[in-house]
Design a protein around this ligand. Structure first.
Ligand code: 4NP
Length: 154
């Protein structure tokens, strides 16, 4: 059975599509599948933000076929691990949890690395440089996550 990982941010057009593409590129897709969703529903059905598509392309990843969807309580049944990008996403997803099993699946993405920063900042109102910074943060976290997944230590 595949391990299923969900990446969650606010809009599901900037950070979590990058996290989905980056982690999926680092793991064996026969064993692990990665999806993403947003806690907000403004962009449902849309492609990722062009700036996320561009920074991913710069590093050899094509995330342009992803489409935005909203996080739903059913995702707790569907996924084994739910990574959130910031504290606001964390609170929002926690608020939708129904029991301790749901709760145990939710983690801040940067909690997987010994980082002084605990949030992947929202780059939506930022410049291209914000997207580069966010890409690097997510990439580092996904390196650590991929290694733990390979070793079954997550
Ligand atoms: P994301 O960024 O949560 O990284 O996808 C955002 C995208 C859109 C909005 C907010 C954050 N928005 O308000 O539309």
């Amino acid at each position: 059975m595949k391990l299923k990982v969900l990446m969650v941010c606010l809009g599901n057009i900037c950070r979590s599509p990058l996290a989905e593409g980056i982690l999926q590129s680092k793991v064996n897709s026969e064993r692990i599948s990665v999806d993403s969703a947003g806690t907000g529903g403004w962009h449902i059905g849309n492609q990722p933000d062009p700036r996320s598509i561009a920074v991913a392309r710069k590093y050899g990843l094509d995330i342009s076929s992803q489409r935005c969807r909203k996080f739903s309580v059913h995702d707790f049944d569907e996924f084994d691990i739910i990574y959130v990008m910031d504290k606001s996403n964390y609170e929002n997803v926690i608020a939708q949890s129904r029991n301790s099993t749901d709760l145990s699946k939710i983690r801040l993405l940067l909690s997987e690395i010994g980082s002084s920063e605990i949030e992947v900042p929202d780059p939506y109102y930022d410049s291209e440089n914000g997207f580069e910074k966010v890409f690097q943060m997510i990439d580092k976290a996904c390196d650590a996550i991929a290694e733990k997944l390979e070793r079954n230590t997550i």
